[in-house]
Write a protein that binds this ligand. Structure first.
Ligand SMILES: [Zn+2]
Length: 159
């Protein structure tokens, strides 16, 4: 699911999360301006999710080296600013997306390899969104659908 650029409001929410995370780390990490520059780059990405390579290219315009990009990505994952979208891939092609708390989504999860994929299935999402829960006001939802992905199923046939 491709979503448009991160809004100003969401970017501010992410900056607060970064401030908070750095504060909780205390003296274990030193202050570095580059993380804030990278947060701006992440928020300005034309599409979400993006690959490490795409992020590195965008960061290059800010004169940020590739190795710094890799480090900051790991830092952002710990700080819950980014989340990895596809796990089983090379470093350059790993995909990340901004973790903003308020989006509802449907996710397919492979029980064999753990691969997962986010989908926006409008008819299903609308049914859940319009449902009136008794004594409960829904803010958002996550729906996980478990099964086996195509490559796991074809591997099984070969066994
Ligand atoms: Zn699988």
């Amino acid at each position: 699911m491709k979503s448009p650029k991160i809004s100003e409001g969401k970017c501010k929410e992410l900056k607060n999360r970064l401030d908070e995370y750095i504060r909780t780390c205390g003296k274990r990490i030193h202050y570095s301006e580059v993380r804030y520059v990278m947060l701006r780059v992440v928020c300005d990405m034309e599409q979400q999710p993006f690959t490490t390579k795409q992020l590195a290219e965008a960061a290059e315009r800010e004169h940020i080296s590739r190795s710094t990009v890799y480090n900051v990505i790991q830092f952002f994952v710990k700080a819950r600013i980014l989340q990895v979208v596809n796990r089983d891939t090379t470093r350059e092609h790993a995909m990340y997306e901004v973790l903003v708390g308020k989006s509802s989504h449907i996710e397919l999860k492979c029980i064999r390899c753990g691969r997962h994929q986010r989908l926006a299935i409008k008819p299903i999402m609308n049914v859940i969104k319009e449902h009136k829960f008794y004594n409960f006001e829904m803010h958002r939802f996550s729906l996980y659908i478990y099964g086996e992905c195509r490559s796991c199923r074809s591997n099984k046939r070969l066994e």
